[in-house]
Ligand binder design. Structure first.
Ligand SMILES: [Zn+2]
Length: 493
């Protein structure tokens, strides 16, 4: 276990954790949002972030401080906490982002780590190489090797109580991300940002983002705190948390406000397009869109930034509550409807249902089947896997409804889409207590048929019949031929 991170609760790949930040003498509850503070201009003061928004941690760029002479001198003299006037934990970035944007920076890992230590950063970052998406594999691998050398070097720098991050790169090659994750987890560094995903998010490539994070997570293992570097839009937090991200940094709240953009969990709106403000934060209850439009530039930017932050923190709280209640995936399903590319992200998340299943709790409140994607959730994967461990009689009738028609069989089990067959003794246990719509869909039926097939294949000696309510031919084709099919008429049991 990493000493600085403790897991408290889990749902799918998401978790509530505690990140201990010794140098700040603080414990940060995750998932956490780190507002990005530009030391040269703050739209919302760090003090206000802590007091009004409850920010426990923020992130600022040590490279900008390093490169701005008067700010550098003050940071060295007063320390970062006094300079920014922030009572919580402060994480610093190293200039890697500037490296990605401008091609070079004039500082080494040793210099910038030492500088971060001297200005009183609580969590510091080495200079890694943020390899963009879609580069040739050779370049991604070469740059990853350089990043790994720097992480090994960073391990050797005396940084006292300051935590140090180990960024995970690898571009759009999930196997390189996995190698990078394994290597990073093998160092004694503390926090693990998944790097260079901003270009993916800017292009709405949430599917590729999920694959990158899933790869990194396979290498990092469950006990590593994971930061999704540069992810600041609340629309995608639930999705990223469900894949196992713990920390997010938001510059979006301020950058978007500067362009009159209004964040919502269903996407971004332009202030000029809004006739109503669909939000109950202090900004939106005190103003109409016309009021906001009438404000001077600076005030309007500040008010919009405050709204953007309220929405962002609210979503983090909603996600934490969803993890506690065990309905994080229901929230992800809702968010997936915000944009077709978010739906791609969710469908990609479900490609990793096996991986999510490992951390998903065995029992939760209730499983709500709310779209055909629900049929691919980790709970369904787990039920199918459990089938091989169940004892079956010599002749077994599997039925969606009535038990008659199966008199020739020793026992009858229920079949419920999307799970498939189970002994009646399990019908009160999670997830078989699921709420499923009466008007079921092909995804649920196909998953149930796959469950039947799995049970039949696991028990070659047993004779099976399946009582179904009008399953279509292509769904029945998933059931092995040796199963006797009985079409049921009438309604419920
Ligand atoms: Zn608002």
């Amino acid at each position: 276990m990493r000493e600085c991170f403790e897991l408290r609760d889990a749902d799918a790949g998401g978790r509530i954790g505690e990140l201990t930040v010794p140098r700040a003498d603080a414990t940060v509850e995750t998932p956490a949002l780190l507002p990005v503070i530009n030391p040269n201009l703050d739209t919302i003061s760090p003090r206000r972030l802590a007091e009004e928004f409850g920010a426990e941690i923020l992130i600022t760029n040590s490279y900008i401080i390093y490169g701005t002479e008067d700010v550098r001198e003050r940071a060295l003299e007063e320390g970062l906490h006094d300079l920014l006037d922030f009572p919580g934990a402060i994480m610093t970035d190293s200039g890697s982002f500037q490296l990605a944007e401008y091609g070079e920076i004039d500082v080494t890992t040793e210099e910038i780590l030492d500088f971060q230590h001297r200005i009183g950063s609580d969590i510091a970052t080495p200079v890694d190489i943020p390899t963009p998406p879609d580069v040739p594999r050779e370049r991604a691998a070469d740059e990853l090797a350089t990043t790994q050398e720097r992480l090994e070097f960073a391990e050797g720098v005396d940084t006292g109580e300051m935590l140090v991050t180990a960024p995970v790169q690898g571009s759009t090659y999930p196997d390189l991300r996995e190698d990078a994750g394994r290597h990073a987890a093998g160092t004694d560094l503390d926090v693990f940002p998944v790097g260079a995903v901003v270009p993916l998010m800017n292009d709405y490539r949430y599917d590729d983002m999920i694959d990158a994070v899933a790869g990194a997570k396979r290498g990092l293992g469950a006990d590593a705190p994971v930061h999704l570097f540069g992810a600041g839009h609340p629309m995608m937090f639930a999705l990223a948390v469900a894949m196992g991200c713990d920390l997010f940094d938001s510059a979006a709240y301020a950058l978007y406000a500067r362009d009159d953009r209004y964040l919502t969990v269903r996407g971004t709106r332009h202030l000029e397009d809004l006739e109503y403000l669909p939000c109950s934060c202090p900004v939106c209850t005190a103003h109409s869109p016309d009021d906001l439009r009438a404000l001077g530039d600076e005030r309007r930017e500040e008010e919009l930034a405050a709204h953007n932050l309220h929405v962002t923190f609210e979503e983090i709280r909603r996600i934490k509550q969803a993890i506690r209640a065990g309905n994080l995936l229901e929230l992800v399903e809702q968010r997936a409807r915000a944009h077709p590319t978010m739906l791609d992200g969710y469908r990609t998340l479900l490609d990793h249902a096996d991986q999510l299943e490992r951390s998903d709790p065995v029992s939760k409140g209730a499983f709500f089947y709310t779209s055909h994607e629900s049929a691919r959730r980790p709970e369904v994967v787990r039920h199918h896997r459990r089938l091989e461990r169940l004892a079956v009689p010599d002749a077994l009738f599997l039925t969606e409804g009535r038990t008659d028609g199966g008199d020739a069989y020793d026992e009858s089990w229920r079949v419920q889409p999307p799970f498939g067959p189970f002994p009646r003794s399990l019908s009160k246990s999670y997830p078989l207590t699921a709420e499923v719509p009466d008007r079921t869909d092909r995804g649920a039926l196909a998953a149930a048929a796959d469950g039947v097939a799995r049970l039949v294949e696991d028990n070659p000696e047993t004779e099976f019949a399946l009582g179904h309510r009008g399953w279509p031919a292509d769904v029945l084709a998933r059931v092995p031929d040796r199963v006797e099919l009985i079409e049921l008429s009438g309604d419920a049991e």
